[in-house]
Design a protein around this ligand. Structure first.
Ligand code: 6PG
Length: 468
């Protein structure tokens, strides 16, 4: 039987998701920390003619007490303490057979811990990643579910109904146990960070290296959105760059302070990559770029002290477009490598083709490339590396030369391109059988007698002539 649904947290995302649930014909109980938001939501639902199956409650406890069992309560509240407290409270209020669903951007380590805790109290726990911003939540987000198969079957009809559809199939699935859904959402956000940063680096070169106006650059992005780069982020970049500030008449982008916020998912992606002995260098570059951006005053001083200049670059439109395609493929590849490492570590048995499929609509990184990525994971993929799949190796061979020209021009022109440069170094590294860490191993042996493996006979624990 389908559980009775409750939703706690009527902020932007929670309200949008609640309307979506009602719109799909499901009965819904709602509550919020402050009663005002609940009242405002009730009015909104009434105005949208969606209130007939809505029941409002004054608090989380009231909702939990007054809902008939079995209950499934979705938490749409800020990650961290608020989620922790709500789970504590619900564990005292709910009964075996009931489910708690955390639908926020939660660190998957917390989800793993909470799954054990909540299930230890006889209840069911689901960690659910939801992507697509407010628009997605209202009209169909991409949904990444972590929990037991039983927990999934209890909510599946609702989740599939409210999710985005790609060719009529829901962009939602059960991806694995405990933290799997939240981790896949975290890596989605990491890729989102990298893609946004790479787009932004190319904007910077066109703007400050080629003197193009934001609107003209925006028009380029708009035209790219019809081809191989078709994606939500390219589409909205075109719109942002072509928008005008109504107060000043300037390009909208020119009145925005150049300090980027971040709520944590990009950083968590990296922390986990490093914990697993991996690197997702383009995501790391994107997180670093946001952190550096927050030091506005240092940069203002630095422009003078370091005599910063941005010189002209000469590149054609196709160079930028191809560079973005190559770098985007690499960012996705790094994201999937990390998913693969985590799947091994936490025994999640993630289905990478399926993940690519549920990212094809509803979420922020939706792009035409994801269709090819899911096909690649279902097809021949040497060594499990996306960049080795024939379709991608071929695309990279056609587009990496442009990425190389862009990175070279940026370096010579003094344009910071941390994400593009790291993407290029990644592909150049994996295109060489003989790397450079022979020297690193030699250095380690020299100063610490750490030993190395000989290339000729495979013997380990060897030392160099500096110890003879
Ligand atoms: C999504 C977004 C969403 C949110 C991020 C933004 O998939 O819908 O990723 O989850 O906008 O939290 O993250 P930052 O605030 O860290 O940029």
């Amino acid at each position: 039987t389908l559980a009775n649904l409750g939703l706690y947290g009527l902020g932007t995302m929670g309200s949008a998701l609640a309307l979506n649930i009602l719109d799909n014909g499901f009965a819904l109980h709602v509550a919020n920390r402050s009663k005002d938001a609940t009242d405002a939501f009730a009015t909104e639902a009434t105005e949208a003619s969606l209130a007939d199956k809505l029941t409002t409650h004054g608090s989380l406890a009231d909702m939990a007490r007054n809902m008939p069992a079995p209950r499934a309560i979705i938490l749409m509240i800020p990650a961290g303490k608020p989620v922790e407290t709500a789970i504590e409270d619900l564990c005292d209020l709910l009964e075996p057979g009931d489910t708690i669903i955390d639908a926020g951007n939660t660190d998957f380590h917390d989800t793993r811990r909470r799954t054990a805790y909540v299930e230890g109290r006889g209840l069911t726990f689901i960690g659910m990643g939801v992507s697509g911003g407010e628009e997605g939540a209202r009209n169909g987000p991409s949904i990444m579910v972590g929990g037991t198969p039983d927990a999934w079957s209890g909510i599946r009809p609702v989740i599939e109904a409210i999710a985005a559809k790609f060719e009529d199939a829901p962009c939602a699935d059960h991806l694995g146990p405990d933290g799997a859904g939240h981790f896949v959402k975290t890596v989605h956000n990491g890729i989102e960070y990298a893609d946004m940063q790479m787009i932004t680096e190319l904007y910077g070169m066109m703007r400050y290296g080629q003197g193009m106006e934001p609107a003209a650059i925006g028009a380029r992005f708009e035209s790219w959105d019809t081809g191989a780069l078709k994606s939500y982020l390219v589409e909205i970049t075109g719109k942002v760059l072509q928008a005008t500030d109504s107060k000043t008449g300037k390009p909208a982008v020119d009145v925005i302070l150049d300090k980027a916020g971040q709520k944590g998912t990009g950083r968590w992606t990296l922390i986990e990559a490093l914990r697993l002995g991996q690197s997702a260098s383009s995501i790391e570059a994107a997180v670093a770029a946001r952190s550096w951006s927050s030091e506005k005053e240092t940069r203002v001083a630095g422009e003078e002290i370091l005599a910063g200049t941005r010189n002209a670059v000469e590149l054609g439109e196709a160079d930028y477009a191809d560079a973005l395609l190559a770098a985007r493929i690499i960012a996705y590849a790094q994201g999937f490598r990390l998913l693969s490492a985590a799947s091994d570590e936490y025994e999640w048995s993630l289905d990478f083709a399926r993940i690519a499929e549920i990212w094809r609509a509803g979420c922020i990184i939706r792009s035409s490339l994801l269709d090819d990525i899911s096909a690649a994971f279902r097809g021949d993929m040497p060594h499990g590396q996306l960049v080795f799949a024939p379709a991608f190796a071929d695309r990279l061979s056609k587009t990496v030369p442009a990425l190389r020209r862009v990175v070279a021009a940026a370096a010579l022109g003094g344009h910071p391109i941390p994400a593009l440069a790291s993407a290029l170094s990644f592909i150049d590294t994996f295109a060489m059988a003989r790397g450079l860490t022979d020297l690193i191993q030699g250095q380690r042996d020299f100063f610490g007698m750490h030993g190395f493996e000989r290339l000729d006979d495979g013997s380990t624990g060897q030392h160099g002539p500096w110890w003879e």
